[in-house]
Design a protein around this ligand. Structure first.
Ligand code: ATP
Ligand code: MG
Ligand code: FE
Length: 341
């Protein structure tokens, strides 16, 4: 089965063609980062309008790269939530219109299920069951995964998501958006041990997270240094290092705890923050001590993309699931409500 996937939940238009027998045939992405930069965040109405502009040219590009025509597409998958409603509607309406015109099925995909399954596109994909750490711009969740649609939420952030914490902290330090890669880059020049930041909520039991205090701690540290006449690039890098290390170590501690509680030895990390090299390295070290393994997608498929939606949609379509004629998107949508495959 050949599935065309459309991702339009936020500020990235992603399109991909996935073949259940041959794997990923082509994928293309247009990021709206430059469009929203001057506003310091995503402007929903601008995002929707740009998805309208980009969707069809990207679909044409993907089909051309795969050497396929519209007639070679067997089904459509689109992100139905969670995300910005106007942006989601662009992908949903495009998919539904194509579905009607071509007489082929369409299926709405949960964006976080897409992220969660992205590592399945790599060689040596993880086998079920596993623990998943979803760390993106809007979510920080630990999930027990027993199969597609068989999700049990183990813990989540009570305030900022990990990616959001990176983005907000980067802004406080005067860095560009998105902040995750900027902090990671600056932290490479940082000195270990000059500053030590707290590891929030690690001193009590449970698997929930809280990252907003860390952002305030970073701001206070940076302001104290500046007040003392030290606003050097080295100091800024040392602070970025301490912040990143605190986030990474907190995530490692909670992942170790989740693996212990579930007695599982496979960990999947997904979402934009799973592109972070320190996180990958330190989780890898923890898992090798446990005799387990950590799985993640190539960096391009950690952040939003059409390939993960095409893949997740394909699995659901193969299991016989598909949409009715109505278009429905969900700004909020708990992943545990999804049907099992
Ligand atoms: P959600 O998936 O929850 O709806 P989103 O789609 O906006 O949110 P993603 O596209 O998965 O989120 O990821 C974007 C986030 O990943 C941003 O917050 C960005 O700063 C972060 N990020 C990307 N690369 C890195 C990195 N190398 N280190 C840390 N964070 C990173
Ligand atoms: Mg994005
Ligand atoms: Fe995302």
């Amino acid at each position: 089965m050949r599935v065309l996937g459309l991702e339009t939940s936020c500020d990235e238009t992603g399109v991909a063609l996935y073949d259940s027998e041959r794997g990923l045939l082509a994928d293309a992405l247009f990021s709206q980062i430059d469009l929203h930069r001057m506003y310091g965040g995503v402007v929903p109405e601008l995002a929707s309008r740009d998805h309208v502009r980009r969707a069809v040219p990207l679909i044409r590009q993907v089909l051309a790269e795969a050497g396929c025509s519209l007639q070679d597409v067997d089904a459509l998958a689109y992100t139905a939530g969670p995300g910005l409603v106007g942006a989601l509607l662009v992908g949903a309406c495009t998919a539904q219109a194509m579905s009607t015109a071509l007489g082929i099925p369409a299926v709405g995909v949960h964006h976080m299920e897409g992220h969660l399954l992205a590592p399945m596109l790599e060689e040596n994909p993880p086998a079920f069951p596993f623990v998943a750490l979803l760390v993106s711009g809007g979510h920080t969740q630990l999930v027990r995964v027993d199969g597609i649609g068989r999700y049990q939420l183990l813990g989540e952030s009570l305030d900022d998501a990990a990616g959001e914490a990176f983005d907000k902290t980067a802004k406080l330090l005067g860095l560009d958006y998105p902040g995750g890669p900027e902090i990671a880059r600056l932290a490479e020049q940082g000195t270990a041990g000059r500053f030590t930041f707290p590891r929030p909520m690690t001193d009590r039991p449970g698997l929930d997270f809280s990252f907003s205090g860390l952002k305030t701690f970073t701001l206070n540290t940076w302001q104290q240094c500046q007040a003392a006449g030290d606003a050097s690039e080295q100091t800024r890098a040392d602070i970025a290092y301490a912040f990143q290390q605190a986030v990474v170590e907190t995530l490692v501690i909670k992942c170790r705890r989740a693996l212990k509680d579930t007695q599982l030895k496979r960990l999947v990390i997904a979402g934009g923050v799973s592109a972070n090299l320190q996180l990958r390295e330190q989780l890898g070290a923890m898992l090798s001590k446990l005799g387990g393994q950590v799985f993640y997608a190539r960096p391009r498929f950690c952040t939003d993309n059409g390939a993960m939606i095409a893949y997740a949609g394909c699995q659901r379509l193969l299991a016989g699931q598909q949409d009715g004629p109505q278009v429905a998107v969900h700004a909020r949508w708990p992943m545990e409500q999804l049907p099992a495959v």
